[in-house]
Write a protein that binds this ligand. Structure first.
Ligand SMILES: [Zn+2]
Ligand SMILES: [Zn+2]
Length: 148
């Protein structure tokens, strides 16, 4: 019986979403897709070293769901490393808690919330800003997402 999937919360969009081995053209590589919730599981458990219970709470999922999620994510990271795949971060039933904006001129990355209407880079003044949540198809949906 299929239960409707609840949206999981991800702190903010990753600044890089595509990785590959140096020197191998992407066209010759098999792709492995890491969903945004799998990415967040790795960030919380392996990068920030949170315990599973705490990490699960951050994402608003159960501890057992988190454990399955992190195991799947680690398996994919291992495939990427060992087999030299193309890694793409995309998809997943998620919403972001906050957004990040990147300046395409100076590369500066800054935190933003979904209500701010930033027009130019605070560092170099460029108006070529990339809305990272927007590049994953998120934004308004995250702002409207009601917390439990
Ligand atoms: Zn800039
Ligand atoms: Zn969203």
């Amino acid at each position: 019986m299929a239960r409707p999937k609840k949206n999981r919360l991800v702190e903010s969009p990753p600044s890089n979403c595509s990785f590959k081995p140096v020197g191998t053209p992407a066209s010759g590589l098999e792709q492995v897709n890491l969903s945004l919730d799998e990415y967040e599981a790795i960030r919380l458990a392996d990068y920030l070293s949170l315990g599973h219970a705490e990490a699960a709470e951050e994402m608003e999922i159960s501890r057992s769901t988190f454990t399955r999620l992190i195991e799947r994510a680690r398996k994919k990271m291992a495939e990427f490393l060992i087999e030299g795949r193309l890694l793409q971060i995309e998809g997943g039933n998620i919403h972001f808690k906050g957004n990040r904006i990147q300046c395409s001129d100076c590369g500066h990355l800054f935190e933003a919330n979904f209500n701010s209407a930033l027009k130019e880079c605070p560092i170099c003044g460029s108006d070529k800003l990339i809305d990272l949540a927007g590049s994953f198809g998120h934004g308004r949906c995250c702002r409207n997402h009601k917390k439990r």
